[in-house]
Design a protein around this ligand. Sequence first.
Ligand SMILES: NC(=O)c1ccc[n+]([C@@H]2O[C@H](COP(=O)([O-])OP(=O)(O)OC[C@H]3O[C@@H](n4cnc5c(N)ncnc54)[C@H](O)[C@@H]3O)[C@@H](O)[C@H]2O)c1
Length: 350
Amino acid sequence: MPAVQSGWQGAGARPCRMTLRLSFSAPMTLPAKQAIWRVLVTGGAGFIGSRLVQRIGLEWPNADVTVIDDFRSGSFKNLEGFQGEVVAADLAQLRLEDVLQAKDFDAIFHLASITDTREMDQRKMCWDNIESFRRLLEFARPRLIPVTYASSAATYGIDARVNNETDPRKPANVYGFSKVQLENLAAKYLRQSDLAGWKLNAVRYFNVYGPHEQHKGAMASMIYQLYLQMKQGKRPRVFKNGEHKRDFVHVDDAVQCTMLAMASSKQGVFNTGSGEARTFNEVIAALNKALGTKLEPEYIDNPYAFFQPFTQADLARSNRELGYEPQHNLESGISSYVTWLEQQPQGKQS
Ligand SMILES: NC(=O)c1ccc[n+]([C@@H]2O[C@H](COP(=O)([O-])OP(=O)(O)OC[C@H]3O[C@@H](n4cnc5c(N)ncnc54)[C@H](O)[C@@H]3O)[C@@H](O)[C@H]2O)c1
């Protein structure tokens, strides 16, 4: 293994991982820019995963990144310029040791998941999401590789309030249920005395939007859906009366929180949002401003009995324990996202 060139205590301390974990001095120490570290990103062809891969490539030129993705909902286009290795495989079927036995990772980011929340096949949702995570944990376990994994605000269900991490988990769909099982599985591993101190951190993402989500189609953020309508000169359609509120978080903030959760000495589950609840009317106003349009919303009936009226992340814990502070509010996030979208070649915006 090459010598570590820098001060990220996380990257150079192996083979003694206990030393590695305990050597973190600050709760928010990211690797130094020249650090040589080996990273596995599952779901790396997807929206958030590919933005994470891109950030690592830009900021840590010596990082050796491996992506595992079976491309069921990701796109190779998100990995344009990626220099690392791609393993195209279904994690729920894979023995990771068979394809990665030569590797030894410093950090694992687990973002692969069925993300279509309309998937009604409960067995498939649970098998694919839970089994993928179980196999990954078994792979990471002998070396106690830190794993940072994606959970979701869907674990809170439709409880309309500012949620903090200690609130009861009441998922309203099987997608949210599968994420609760990931958190339970991680907690079960951590109760084993020989694994105490292994770092398995969950980031509970709220409504993420931003570059690299175009491939998601109907599952892309409402911000992107409304942008597409308005680009075509159509009035943006939202449920009556546009006053439902969401915690919309820019993908770069979500990635930052994910990185901080990986580097932190803290253990647990961390809300990953903007910390603000904003209405769909406000989204449309920000899009109008960014696009230079004056399109009025068209309000339509809401057919869903269980539509979430409100989501908002309480960020106190993520702020205190990770040092996470979102850099974008809704207006600045939409403005920079629209700038990015407008720079895409024709046809790549959708
Ligand atoms: N985007 C959001 O607003 C949001 C909110 C809450 C949680 N999350 C979570 O964040 C993570 C990333 O979501 P995203 O928005 O980037 O979605 P995405 O669909 O763009 O990315 C998921 C990626 O995982 C891959 N994948 C799925 N199952 C796999 C399997 N069994 N084996 C290998 N690859 C597999 C897909 O091909 C895809 O590339 C997911 O875990 C998701 O549940 C996202």
